[in-house]
Structure formats: structure tokens, C-alpha cells
Design a protein around this ligand. Structure first.
Ligand code: ADP
Length: 302
């Protein structure tokens, strides 16, 4: 059998010995490739939500960019196959992952900050790719096993929305995840969505780092103070009821949409604002949780 002692680092597809290996051996080989590529990453954080449109990608890119601004080596993985928005939100749309043999290098957003997304593979961005169940799993596995992340302090994974097969498939492929951050909105339904996301994490045996309540109140465009536009507190209540940490509120600010549409992570803006402070506060709470057990790691400099 070719896979006994198979030293190949390349994917099984296209390997001459492919026909000698069982489906199980190929699965093991591909998983080993993923693990090897993720081996030099100190912390892996998954960002998830019970449904789409709650600001999951916004939180993911601002958390990742904030960590990189703080001097950490950071990667962001856009694991959404159907709506990969991260490249647009980071202003790297149109750039491509560069190939090296059977592997690819991430796109550098700025020094210390790398990004990977299916949308950076060079396909027509307007063309919908139809992914069917098993093909989806095998594509993401092949993809994850091909990325040269190198040494990273943090990998932030923007999971597909919801708690169905797709996020499950991605989450299962990434070993040794430190924890999941669950993004929700302030309404009562947040509790329902968060409950699903928390039980999803438990199913995955991934610790819940906490719940973030996004679009919570609004930063007044005139004075910058917070206005309680709709109801607030659903995310906090969900965290309390579910017995997981509450990581804070991020207000609505029209500038978030404007900056995201021009591909600039909000935290890189030089102007101080409630939202920027909220993102850095979130980052600090996560750093406190993740680094408290590590010896000799410098605390964040804000
Ligand atoms: P998801 O990843 O959950 O689908 P996105 O991060 O794509 O959601 O956000 C959906 C929309 O909401 C985007 O246009 C984004 O700019 C906007 N948005 C997210 N958070 C905020 C916020 N705090 N204030 C204003 N707009 C926001």
C-alpha cells in the first residue's frame, strides 16, 4: 500500500500511487497535511454565529487586524465557501494566493497580517460556485492542507454562518482550537441563536471563549455617545443563561459599513470611537483568557 510510509506531502489527487490507497488512508493523509500546515500556529480562534448577517466577518477581521496591530503574527482564514467576504472587507480583492509547488502562500494584508480565502484563488468573483456536500468537505480539506501559514501567534477562522454541515465540516478539520467566539445581536432571538452556537461548540469539543453582542446601541454621529436605538442586552443575557463569558457590546456605527465597503478594517482607522474601543476591549479580553496560561508572553500594548 502506498500510504504505509507514504512520504508524499502533496495531495492524493494527481499522485501516481493514488489507486493503491484506500479512501480511509487518503482521508488520513489529507488530514495529516492539514495538521502539518497548521502546526506552527500558537492559537486558533473560531468566530461563529447562529445565523448570517450579525457581523461575524466584521468581528473576525477587526479582531485579527487588531491583534496584528498589536505586534502579533496573525492569519485570517475565510472559511466561507459560498459568501467569502473577507477579501473585500480587507481591501485585497483582486489579489491572488501565489502557488509554490503543491502549496500556496497567503496574501499579506499588511506586515504581520496574512489572509486566505477561496475568493483569492483567482476565480471570477461574480460566478457562483456550486459546492455539493462531500465535494465541499474534500475541497476545504485540500485547501487547508495546501496553505503555507508559517509561524503565527494567532489564526482567526471566520466560519461559515449557522450550525449546519458546513461549519461542522470546517471545524472538524482544524485541530487544537483554543476556543470559539460567538457573535450575536441584542434581540431576544439572540438567545436562541447563541444556544445553538454554544451547543455546536460543545459538540465539537471546542471551548466557548464567549459571546459578543454586535450592533448593540448606536454610536451617535454627533457626540459619539451610545444611543440605545433598539433593545440591548440579549447577548449578555444569553451568555449569563448559557454560563459562558460575555465579551462585550459593539455599537452600530455607519462608519463600520463605509470602512468595510472600502476594504479598511475599522480598527486601523486613526480616529478614536466607541466601536474601535469596543473591538480593542474584545481583543484584550480574549488575550487575557488565551495568554493567562502562557509563561513569558508579553501582554497587549494598547
Ligand atoms: P456576517 O459575517 O455575520 O454575515 P458581516 O460581518 O458581513 O455579517 O456584516 C453584515 C453587515 O453589517 C456589513 O455590511 C457590515 O459592515 C455591517 N456591520 C457589522 N457590524 C456592524 C456595526 N457594529 N455597525 C454597523 N454596521 C455593522
Amino acid at each position: 500500500m502506498a500510504s504505509k510510509g507514504c512520504e508524499e506531502s502533496r495531495p492524493c489527487d494527481g499522485c501516481e500511487a493514488d489507486s493503491f490507497c484506500s479512501a480511509r488512508e487518503k482521508e488520513e493523509h489529507e488530514r495529516a497535511r492539514v495538521n502539518e500546515k497548521l502546526f506552527h500556529i500558537r492559537h486558533k480562534i473560531m468566530i461563529m454565529s447562529g445565523k448570517g448577517g450579525v457581523g461575524k466577518s466584521t468581528v473576525a477581521i477587526n479582531l485579527a487586524a487588531g491583534l496584528a496591530l498589536n505586534g502579533h503574527q496573525v492569519g485570517i482564514l475565510d472559511a466561507d465557501l459560498h459568501g467569502p467576504d473577507v477579501p473585500r472587507m480587507l481591501g485585497i480583492e483582486g489579489r491572488h494566493l501565489t502557488g509554490r509547488g503543491d502549496t500556496v502562500d497567503p496574501v499579506e494584508v499588511f506586515s504581520g497580517f496574512k489572509a486566505v480565502s477561496m475568493a483569492l484563488l483567482g476565480q471570477d468573483p461574480d460566478k457562483a460556485i456550486i459546492w455539493r456536500g462531500p465535494l465541499k468537505h474534500s475541497a476545504i480539506k485540500k485547501f487547508l492542507g495546501s496553505v503555507n501559514w508559517g509561524d503565527l501567534d494567532f489564526l482567526v477562522v471566520d466560519l461559515p454562518p449557522g450550525t449546519g454541515d458546513e461549519p461542522l465540516s470546517v471545524a472538524r478539520l482544524i485541530n487544537g482550537v483554543d476556543g470559539a467566539v460567538i457573535v450575536t445581536t441584542p434581540q431576544d432571538v439572540a438567545l436562541l441563536d447563541s444556544r445553538k452556537a454554544v451547543s455546536f461548540s460543545k459538540l465539537m469539543k471546542v471551548p466557548v471563549l464567549g459571546i459578543v453582542e454586535n450592533m448593540s446601541g448606536m454610536a451617535c454621529p454627533h457626540c459619539g455617545e451610545s444611543i440605545e436605538l433598539f433593545k440591548v442586552g440579549g447577548g449578555e443575557k444569553a451568555a449569563r443563561d448559557l454560563g459562558v463569558p460575555f465579551l462585550g457590546r459593539i455599537p452600530i456605527d455607519p462608519q463600520v459599513v463605509i470602512k468595510s465597503d472600502v476594504g479598511q478594517p475599522f480598527v486601523t482607522d486613526s480616529t478614536d470611537s466607541l466601536v474601535k474601543a469596543a473591538f480593542f476591549d474584545l481583543m484584550q479580553k480574549l488575550l487575557d483568557q488565551l495568554l493567562s496560561s502562557e509563561v513569558g508572553v508579553a501582554p497587549a500594548v494598547l
